[in-house]
Design a protein around this ligand. Structure first.
Ligand SMILES: [Zn+2]
Length: 282
């Protein structure tokens, strides 16, 4: 078996981790999570919560865990008012690094899990394909702050329309949220069209959990097809009973090494690309 060497995670950034408290049970609180990442040699984490902004928590944890960069963001689900420019402006002014389009409130996710009162649908485009009120203002603020636009759990066709609008608004950092996730299932042709617009793809270890065995190979094939320069590797860890971010990333990298992705390509996807998106390098 191919194993990652000691120090493999030195400088790694994880742009998708969950923590307690959350509306569902999570594996760790944010301080415990950040400490475990620092112990593994990692450089940065971006905290995610589907229902509330994480920027306040991130700042507090960053002060508690020197040597570790801890960032937050905001997901535009119903619990923050959906496509809500005021919530976005507040989060960005407090240092949010990523603003995600709806996840649990997105159309494709609604067909999968019904969260009812907690996560009713938030439309990003209307039936005629027109942007929701406030969407263009949100994109302009993201561009102005040089923050990251996360595409959430939108359908692939909506993501194409969103990215075109974002580019027009001057957004330079676009991260397509786990394109392999069941509710999204974005094909390679769509990914290629988005890569042509400069989008990155966040491929998550957790997406492989419970998936058909071919999914790891499909992910490796997507990386080969599009090139590592457009991929970010993330854990989506914090799930109850799941591995810590560092363990998840190590296992993920070992799976990819076994499927022929080179260690220097992994470093680009695990360290360089996230560092650029997070503004740690110019
Ligand atoms: Zn997640």
């Amino acid at each position: 078996m191919i194993q990652a060497e000691p120090g493999f995670l030195d400088g790694a950034c994880d742009m998708h981790v969950h923590f307690a408290p959350d509306v569902v049970p999570r594996a760790m609180t944010a301080p415990a999570l950040a400490l475990s990442c620092r112990d593994a040699g990692m450089r940065a984490v971006l905290l995610k919560n589907h229902y509330a902004p994480t920027v306040l928590c991130a700042r507090a944890v960053a002060e508690m865990v020197p040597g570790m960069r801890v960032f937050g963001g905001l997901v535009l689900n119903a619990s923050v008012g959906g496509i809500n420019p005021a919530a976005v402006e507040a989060a960005l002014r407090m240092g949010a690094k990523e603003i995600w389009m709806p996840t649990v409130s997105a159309g494709p996710h609604q067909r999968r899990v019904r969260d009812g009162r907690l996560a009713p649908r938030v439309a990003v485009f209307d039936a005629a394909g027109q942007p929701a009120p406030g969407l263009e203002a949100v994109l302009e603020m993201i561009a102005h702050s040089d923050a990251i636009l996360g595409t959430g759990h939108l359908a692939p066709q909506e993501t194409l329309a969103l990215v075109a609008l974002a580019r027009n608004a001057g957004v330079s950092k676009i991260l397509v949220t786990h394109p392999e996730f069941d509710a999204i299932a974005m094909d390679l042709a769509t990914q290629a069209a988005l890569a042509d617009q400069g989008a990155f793809f966040e491929r998550c270890y957790h997406t492989l959990h419970g998936a058909a065995p071919g999914r790891t190979k499909a992910m490796a094939d997507a990386i080969r097809y599009l090139g590592p320069e457009s991929t970010v590797l993330a854990s989506d860890a914090g799930q109850l009973g799941g591995a810590s971010p560092a363990h998840a990333l190590l296992r993920f990298c070992e799976e990819l090494l076994r499927r022929g992705i080179a260690a220097d390509q992994i470093a680009v996807m695990l360290k360089d690309n996230p560092a650029w998106l997070l503004g740690l390098v110019r």
